[in-house]
Design a protein around this ligand. Structure first.
Ligand code: ATP
Length: 235
């Protein structure tokens, strides 16, 4: 479904991605783990066109997308939930969800999808008229994921959904990620510092170190790998 081929991404003169190749098949949950500053967020931004790679290719369903603007990439079926759950704080929950469907015209489907979101996250249904900015951190993360789902993506990119959330809320968010993958057949690319949780829900994983992929394997093998356990799982 998605193929990154030898991408190199820069911020001015600073090279953040040195030669990154990643493959994601339809239906998978793939996680990208690594330390602070390894280049995980930059990888996501290179896919969704916010920081396009300077060289290499990004193929989505076999077609190059690395030169397309972000809105065209969303229309093709890729949505991102950025780090720090940037929702619209002054808009209500319901209005935030409407914004997620901005590029869609299928009104009946949109209504059904909103109902599905409210089933997935009953707390958002309860708070549908509340301003996004007044929700708790966990509720805002749920809203950020929901807003991205409203674009009906085939591929959902999640940047550190567990950041700053209490363990119980993190568990809930990861359960929902698995549910979205299974029920709506959405392929998921999950960037996480919480390697333990991420590898438990993912099928396969990539480990990133200073702008390069240093290891890739099934999630089970990475969880059992001594180097990964020492460096990222604190075991
Ligand atoms: P974290 O887990 O802390 O979010 P990360 O693995 O997502 O880290 P990136 O945010 O992709 O890492 O950063 C990769 C490198 O690019 C870092 O060295 C960072 O300092 C640099 N970088 C990121 N954003 C910018 C920017 N806007 N301008 C200059 N350098 C940047």
């Amino acid at each position: 479904m998605l193929e990154l081929k030898h991408i190199k991404t820069y911020y001015g003169n600073i090279q953040a991605l040195k030669d990154v190749s990643i493959t994601i098949s339809e239906g998978e949950i793939i996680t990208l783990i690594g330390a602070n500053g390894a280049g995980k967020s930059t990888t996501l931004m290179s896919i969704c066109g916010i920081v396009p790679p300077r060289s290499g290719e990004v193929l989505f369903m076999g077609k190059p997308i690395q030169d397309l603007p972000p809105n065209s990439i969303v229309s093709l079926g890729i949505s991102q939930v950025p780090e720090g759950r940037r929702i619209f704080p002054f808009l209500s929950v319901a209005e935030n969800l409407d914004m997620g469907a901005f590029l869609r015209r299928d009104r009946d489907e949109i209504k059904r999808d909103i109902e599905y979101i409210y089933e997935l996250f009953p707390i958002l249904a309860e708070r549908r008229n509340q301003a996004g900015g007044t929700l708790s951190g966990g509720e805002q993360q749920m809203l950020a994921i929901s807003r991205a789902l409203m674009a009906k993506p085939r591929l959902l990119l999640l940047d550190e959904p567990s950041l700053g959330l209490a363990p119980l809320v993190v568990k809930q968010i990861f359960e929902i990620i698995e549910k979205i993958n299974k029920e709506s057949k959405t392929t998921i690319f999950l960037v996480e510092q919480n390697a333990n949780m991420a590898l438990k829900v993912a099928h396969r994983g990539y480990v990133m170190e200073t702008g390069r992929v240093s290891m890739t394997d099934t999630a089970d093998n990475l969880l059992a790998n001594d180097e990964v356990r020492k460096a990222y799982l604190g075991i």
